[in-house]
Design a protein around this ligand. Structure first.
Ligand SMILES: CC(C)(COP(=O)(O)OP(=O)(O)OC[C@H]1O[C@@H](n2cnc3c(N)ncnc32)[C@H](O)[C@@H]1OP(=O)(O)O)[C@@H](O)C(=O)NCCC(=O)NCCS
Length: 219
């Protein structure tokens, strides 16, 4: 299987929501995703797709709905429209290159904040999470961030290992951060992403990831 990254579009949201419901107890609404996707000044959202053939050999996909500019009017429209359910419809049209993961990043001054990242449970453990994290790190560079931060549940040691692998370090907790069970959040930070040390680690991890993904694709 081949995996590749694309920018998330509004057409992708129902598919993203399916994975989100399988991954998180307090999923975002479709309107929240729309607001984030439209805020191109501060946010970047990506999806990972799976394909049995190399992405370069795929037929062209229909042009996705372009994101509408994020302005006061669209904010008001989003607020006054009835909120779409946080759960997506159960029957979505089948997709030959299904969305298998997604993630997002949000810039505040110099810091990029990973707002969300998740992989379809049936595709976990194959490097898709790493692929998504790398795409988000690239976007952090594009947005001019100096550091990357995130919150992760204290109990979520699998995700923490992913972040540790990429040089994130624990930097405190936010007590009772998660509203569903009052669990604490662990705050994790990278060192400066423009340091030679961070870039060298990233380059080596990317080299290893390419080898891993290529080996999987070759079967
Ligand atoms: C966290 C998550 C995105 C990882 O995605 P994934 O595709 O399974 O991860 P990868 O296959 O790319 O794994 C990369 C690295 O992450 C770490 N890792 C990921 N899942 C792990 C697990 N269950 N246990 C231990 N380490 C894990 C490992 O270091 C792994 O590297 P390795 O294969 O060299 O050991 C995925 O488990 C997920 O969607 N979880 C639910 C949502 C979630 O918790 N998101 C994070 C919110 S902060």
């Amino acid at each position: 299987m081949y995996y590749f990254i694309e920018a998330m579009t509004e057409d992708d949201i129902p598919y993203v929501q399916v994975i989100e419901r399988q991954s998180f107890t307090t999923p975002w609404s479709a309107n929240t995703y729309r607001r984030e996707i439209r805020d191109l000044q501060h946010c970047r959202y990506v999806i990972a797709r799976a394909s049995p053939t190399p992405p370069g050999q795929l037929p062209r996909r229909p042009t996705p709905t372009p994101p509408r500019p994020f302005g006061v009017l669209s904010q008001l429209v989003s607020i006054f429209l009835p909120e779409s359910p946080a759960h997506a419809p159960s029957s979505l049209p089948p997709d030959p290159t299904p969305i298998v993961g997604y993630g997002g990043i949000w810039l505040t001054v110099d810091d990029a904040h990973i707002t969300t990242i998740a992989v379809d449970p049936t595709y976990r453990g194959q490097g898709v999470g790493e692929l998504l994290l790398n795409a988000l790190i690239d976007h952090a560079y594009d947005l001019g961030a100096h550091q990357i931060t995130l919150e992760v549940r204290i109990s979520n040691t699998g995700a923490q290992r992913l972040y540790l692998k990429y040089g994130f370090q624990p930097g405190g907790t936010r007590p009772r951060y998660y509203t569903d069970n009052s669990e604490d959040a662990l705050i994790m930070w990278t060192e400066g992403i423009n340091t030679a040390e961070f870039k060298a680690r990233l380059a080596e991890l990317r080299r290893q990831l390419v080898v891993r993904l290529q080996r999987q694709a070759d079967g």
